[in-house]
Design a protein around this ligand. Structure first.
Ligand SMILES: CCCCCCCC(=O)SCCNC(=O)CCNC(=O)[C@H](O)C(C)(C)COP(=O)(O)OP(=O)(O)OC[C@H]1O[C@@H](n2cnc3c(N)ncnc32)[C@H](O)[C@@H]1OP(=O)(O)O
Length: 222
């Protein structure tokens, strides 16, 4: 396995393939479990209606946990979150955990199940669908040795309400490339029912286009 680079503030065509491990799984499994626990908290908070006393007690416990983690804060290039390509959710709790099943140079299939945390009202929140498509399409766009590009547009069509607590299948396809432009299409199905589809354009970064715009803008990511 190739050692991951941590230098993201320059354009780097040698960035690791976003379907392969980039972090030492032996040492970072506890971190993956931490993110899983965070997902459990998100779901439990969403599903509960605690008494004021219990809400205050849990808020204190969560702030204690946040303070503990802040003593281990690192910069964004060094953090684990979002870079555990090989595990569902990539070690990040923003989007629903996407399970990747098959990968070719031009296609990906996967599965996703959302709970009440990602609910709009009895169905998946409309803002979550693009998160799922961006995750799978961006990874495909930037895989198979293709230099990294950014999403230029992502157009999503909502065809049917996406049920909660139900496995949905996600497919992605690279339709073609014209110069720096990569055109991709994605679909989300519940069984045979098309729930949503998307078309997106990823534009390959030019050498002078940095990945780290936050540092460019303010000299820091905070
Ligand atoms: C962990 C590391 C992650 C690294 C990957 C990061 C991924 C992301 O952050 S994605 C986040 C969401 N996306 C963004 O923030 C992107 C913001 N936008 C940009 O940075 C730029 O607009 C960018 C890079 C997409 C394109 O800019 P630029 O390179 O200057 O493109 P430009 O040279 O004008 O256009 C190239 C081609 O794309 C086309 N194009 C660009 N944007 C669009 C668009 N929105 N719609 C249609 N066509 C477009 C142009 O028309 C042009 O086509 P042609 O070559 O046929 O004339």
């Amino acid at each position: 396995m190739t050692e991951p680079t941590t230098t993201l503030d320059i354009w780097n065509p040698g960035w690791p393939d976003p379907f392969r491990p980039t972090v030492n799984a032996d040492t970072d499994d506890e971190y993956a479990d931490l993110v899983e626990a965070l997902r459990e908290v998100q779901e439990a908070v969403t599903r509960s209606r605690p008494t004021p006393e219990v809400a205050a007690e849990v808020a204190t416990a969560l702030r204690t946990a946040a303070r503990r983690l802040r003593t281990f804060e690192v910069d964004e290039d060094t953090q684990i979150a979002g870079k555990r390509w090989e595990i569902p959710g990539k070690g990040h709790a923003l989007a629903p955990a996407l399970h990747i099943d098959t990968v070719t140079d031009t296609t990906v299939t996967g599965r996703v199940t959302v709970g009440r945390f990602h609910s709009g009202r009895y169905a998946m929140n409309g803002g979550v669908t693009p998160l799922i498509f961006d995750e799978i399409l961006a990874r495909l766009a930037n895989s198979a040795g293709r230099p990294w590009g950014r999403t230029a547009y992502l157009n999503v069509n909502y065809r049917a309400p996406a049920p909660l607590h139900t496995e949905l299948t996600v497919t992605a396809e690279l339709l073609g490339q014209e110069g720096r432009k990569r055109f991709l299409r994605g679909a989300l199905h519940h069984g045979d029912v098309l729930v949503a589809d998307a078309e997106g354009l990823w534009v390959e970064l030019k050498p002078e286009q940095t990945l780290n715009i936050s540092k460019d803008a303010e000299g820091s990511d905070r």
